[in-house]
Design a binder for this molecule. Structure first.
Ligand SMILES: Nc1ncnc2c1ncn2[C@@H]1O[C@H](COP(=O)(O)OP(=O)(O)OP(=O)(O)O)[C@@H](O)[C@H]1O
Ligand SMILES: [Mg+2]
Length: 278
């Protein structure tokens, strides 16, 4: 076979190389283009995800505040309806007892027993409405209300509960007070229901611009699985309350046993005034 001139062969090679290079450049361009499109899509998906997260958070905060006002309305109803009715039953029974002839012993005993249970019922209604309305919260302020809750824990759950604070002079707005109160309430309910603890402790500590809300028990300790479970609605609620106030929330098994829960609420966000001299 006759060999073609060198120049011609070189020309062919350069042509092939050029084509290959152009193809490669084209492929690289296509890949880069595709990558850019993917990045744009990814960014959009991230933005959408963040937006839905914000919406879920706003919804959770809204639901919690709706729940609080519903509770307050139910507390009012219970107080007004049951409270009034039970008080008149109590008065009626006391009247009956005073007016029964001394010879009617069995009737007297019955009326006395009924009077005692009515008094007990009135106490329960008061307790329920206070719990529902967090009545003490608005009357006393958050620090004293949480202190009262810790003190009352021994009576309601049979578990002594300590209380510590350096924030006695701190006052919160309604939303922040309700949030902190409900977090401590849900935490202590968990201690009573799940911890098998013999001691609990609550602390409200102002530290570096945050109010640290800590509830600790010496019970069996929460499992890591339950901390992140989507079924742990109580824990999710506490976390959402802390987030709604611009804060953070953690709960874990404590190093020395038991469970420790910490919510950090920014004081800048929560405080409306600092009561002087308190
Ligand atoms: N202090 C604790 N000690 C041990 N286990 C705990 C403690 N707090 C919570 N847990 C565990 O974590 C689970 C989830 O708690 P969470 O408050 O979310 O739900 P719950 O108390 O079961 O129900 P809810 O609060 O909705 O009425 C509990 O069922 C319990 O097993
Ligand atoms: Mg719970």
């Amino acid at each position: 076979m006759r060999r073609r001139p060198l120049r011609q062969r070189q020309g062919e090679i350069t042509g092939e190389q050029g084509l290959a290079r152009a193809l490669r450049t084209h492929q690289v361009d296509a890949i880069v283009g595709e990558r850019d499109i993917m990045l744009v899509r990814l960014k959009r998906a991230e933005d959408e995800l963040e937006m839905s997260r914000d919406q879920v958070r706003a919804l959770a905060a809204h639901l919690l505040s709706v729940r609080d006002s519903e509770r307050a309305a139910i507390a009012r109803e219970i107080h007004d309806e049951f409270g009034q009715a039970l008080t008149s039953v109590q008065l009626g029974l006391a009247w009956l007892l005073r007016n029964l002839a001394s010879g009617q012993r069995p009737l007297q005993m019955k009326a006395r027993a009924l009077l005692d249970s009515t008094t007990g019922l009135i106490r329960s209604v008061r307790h329920i409405t206070v719990e529902l309305r967090s009545g003490t919260l608005h009357e006393l302020g958050i620090v004293k209300a949480v202190h009262a809750m810790a003190r009352g824990f021994k009576d309601s759950a049979g578990i002594p509960c300590g209380f510590r604070t350096n924030a006695a002079g701190v006052a919160f707005d309604r939303q922040a007070s309700a949030g902190v109160f409900r977090i401590v309430q849900a935490a202590l309910t968990n201690v009573a229901r799940h911890a098998r603890a013999s001691r609990a402790a609550v602390a409200l500590i102002a530290n570096k611009g945050d109010l640290i809300v800590r509830v600790k028990d010496n019970g069996k300790g929460i499992s890591a699985k339950l901390v992140d479970s989507r079924h742990s609605l109580g824990i999710i609620g506490m976390r959402e309350r802390a987030r709604a106030l611009g804060g953070s929330f953690t709960i874990a098994r404590a190093k020395d046993g038991g469970t420790v829960l910490t919510a950090r609420i920014p004081l800048s966000r929560a405080i409306t005034e600092i009561a002087t001299g308190a």
